[in-house]
Structures are given as C-alpha cells and as structure tokens.
Design a protein around this ligand. Sequence first.
Ligand code: SAM
Length: 295
Amino acid sequence: MSFELVDTTYEPYSQDPGYIAANEALIDGIALEGVARVADLACGTGLLSQLLIRRAPGLTVCAIDLDPVQIGIATRTFEGQGVRVVDSLDALRAAGTGAVHLRAASAMELPFDDGEIDLIVQGNSIHLMPDRAAFLREVARVLRPGGRFVFNSVFYVGTFVPGSEAVFSEWMKEAVLVLNRMNAERAARGEPGIPRKRGTHGRAFQKDWLSAEGWSAALAEAGIDTLSAGHRPVPISQKGLQLVGAYGGLAEVLMSGYPVDIASECLQEGAVRAFENLGITEVPRNWLEITAVRR
Ligand SMILES: C[S@@+](CC[C@H](N)C(=O)[O-])C[C@H]1O[C@@H](n2cnc3c(N)ncnc32)[C@H](O)[C@@H]1O
C-alpha cells in the first residue's frame, strides 16, 4: 500500500461526511437572530463559515487561520461557491452584509474593535491556543455583551468513549510498525534511517486538556457564561481516520519530530491496518460542544 502523494492540508478531512455532519449539527444549533458580524477563529479550510453562510447568506464573516495554505484553500472554496470575498476588514465592514474576509493571522490577537462581533465560532481548535486565559480574554474583548461564543473540540477530558481507547492505541502501534518497515527498507538499500528531531510536541497532546466543567470555569473567568455544554458521539470511519491521520497538523504531534509527510503516510496506513486487525468499521469519539454568552 502506498500513499506517496499525501495531501497534508486539512482539506481532505474537512470533506469527510462524518466530520461535516458533526459540524453541521453544531452550526444548525446556533440561534442567529440579531447576528450580523461573525468571526471564525482558526478556521482551517473554512468549513464552519461555509455552513453558516449556507444557513444565512447575509452574514459578514471574518475567518482567521495561522496557516496561509488553509486560508488559500478557504478562499478558493468560497469563490467557487459564489460568495463575495473581500480583501480587508474595512471592506468587510463597508460591505455590511453577505461577504467574507479571510486572513492569515493568529487568533491570539484579534483584529477587531472592542465589542464589534456578534458571534464567534471555533471548530476543533480551541485546544491549540497557546495561552488559554489570554485567548479567552481576547474573545471576550471583541464580543458585544450578549454575543455568543460557540465551539467544539475533540481534545478534552471526556472525548474517549469508554472502551474505544484500544482502537486509538492500535492505530498508533500500526503507524509505528509502518515506520519501522520504512526504516528496514531504507537499511536494506544502504540508506540512512528516517531522521527524528527530538523534543517537539504540540499543545493538543500536552495532557492539560480541560473537561466541559473546566472550560466553563475558564470562560467564566474571562466574562463569558456557558449556556450549554454537551458531548456529541461522532462515529469515525476507517476512511475518516485515514484522512485525519494524513493532516499534517495532527501527524506532526502524533508522530512528533518525524518529517510530516512520512508521519502522515504512516498514520494513513496505520488506520487501515488497525481497523482490519480489530475487525471494525467505525470507532466513536465524543465531541465537546459549548455555547456561551458574553456577560
Ligand atoms: C483541526 S484544524 C480545524 C479547522 C477548522 N476550524 C475546522 O473546524 O474545520 C485546526 C486549525 O487551527 C489553526 N491554528 C492553530 N493555532 C492557531 C492560532 N494560534 N491562530 C489561528 N489559527 C490557528 C491551524 O492552522 C488549523 O488550520
């Protein structure tokens, strides 16, 4: 099996039907009365914004992501869908209705005026923010009183459905076996082994995940009160696990220090093997969903 042309952007996984369904459920549950100005933080390829605009084409949305590659994909997607894309925040403010501005920037320093935003959405990335308290203060700063903050995450205390951890362990074991095989093939050809840079790791795996209650406490500290916090069980198919493993942002933390394209290839093949070994067709994972309101 070979996955030599690995796409390590977030685009393939963001088109997985299970992933879309989970995010649709989040977006469809948002009350949009009185909402005009929206920010989508760490937007990736812009799925949440697309789902919002499909529901309410009159919204103006500023979507921000650190990675210019994801912003490029999001821009092309919006343009392909006939959405008006403007190139500055001022143009977005002037548009007043029905436009998107995409920006490659950190979500830690938002470009908005105080109280300017009616709704902030954040898909599966709040766990990546390097300073949680500072990030939530920034969210509180830009939301108007009564404005909503809605997010989901699969990196939190409670994400593993009891009994399912073994599947994720099997996945990692198989990914490492693929890596070992690659190294053995290299050795047989007289080539050096795959290099590993030690000491790299990502926030998602620093084991300081919060529970739903922990997030509510952190939000309250920043002046944002939780209205609802729930766990949505989402089935991950074999293909879905392959696609999420191919995403470079996850591959670089799950197999930290290895070249991202190699880590991605190992995780894709490992997903296939893990499902085959265990004779399963899907594995459930809980998604945290929080809706909160600026005091
Ligand atoms: C798992 S993807 C989620 C993408 C999208 N929100 C979705 O739900 O489909 C995480 C995204 O967070 C972005 N990201 C990580 N840290 C960030 C930061 N400090 N500021 C902005 N974006 C960030 C990454 O570039 C990546 O696109």
